[in-house]
Design a protein around this ligand. Structure first.
Ligand code: MN
Length: 209
């Protein structure tokens, strides 16, 4: 199956401002992003770059800095690399309609890896086996996390996102830091930011019909 075909099949790029996705990776380090997404239900999307795509999980309760808090993470379709910059409004009628905010972003590596090549090798193997350990260097999320595949027959996409024990463990509710690391806006401000981003594109598409 061609890269990103599921992502592209689900979306109409004349009505959504989301990136279509043909970018290739030229950066030396791997990137991650966590987007806060108010679709039908509020959730957070964790995306980890692997090669030229972002491996993606929807995390209904969002990440936690407490290792006791194991958060359900549902694997979804790979997203294009430029999705890490996407913030705005997906117009009504589109897949995932609602506001998207870049809640955290940064570089990351596989635990124990020293080079990008070692990281990608460990992550590829771990994803196939159902367990990856990785170290985030974001603005809000730092330190080691694991994603563990539950291998449930009734939901093959169910994983758990778990903070590992290190000096970044905290009882602090990190989700209270609600603003975008890109723009400083919260979801409410993004919703009311027309005609910027998503709403602009939605109305532009409407006019051309
Ligand atoms: Mn989402």
């Amino acid at each position: 199956m061609p890269r990103l075909s599921e992502y592209q099949r689900k979306r109409s790029f004349d009505t959504t401002p989301e990136p279509q996705g043909d970018s290739k990776s030229t950066r030396p380090e791997l990137h991650f992003v966590v987007q806060k997404h108010r679709a039908r239900r509020l959730h957070y999307d964790l995306r980890l770059q692997l090669g030229d795509v972002l491996k993606s999980w929807a995390v209904p309760k969002g990440p936690s800095l407490d290792p006791q808090e194991k958060r359900l993470a549902l694997m979804v379709e790979d997203h294009p690399l430029d999705y890490e910059d996407f913030e705005g409004v997906i117009p009504e009628g589109n897949y995932g309609a609602g506001e998207v905010l870049v809640w955290d972003r940064g570089s990351y590596q596989a635990a124990g890896a020293r080079t990008r090549e070692q990281s990608e090798k460990a992550l590829t193997k771990g994803l196939a086996e159902g367990h990856i350990s990785f170290i985030l260097a974001g603005k809000k999320l730092k330190g080691e996390f694991a994603l563990v595949h539950l291998k449930r027959a009734d939901d093959p996409n169910a994983w758990l996102l778990i903070k590992a024990n290190d000096r970044y463990v905290s009882g602090k509710e990190i989700l209270e830091e609600e603003r975008s690391v890109l723009s400083g806006r919260n979801l409410h401000e993004i919703a009311n930011s027309a005609p910027a981003e998503g709403r602009y594109w939605a109305s532009a598409a409407g006019r051309s019909n």
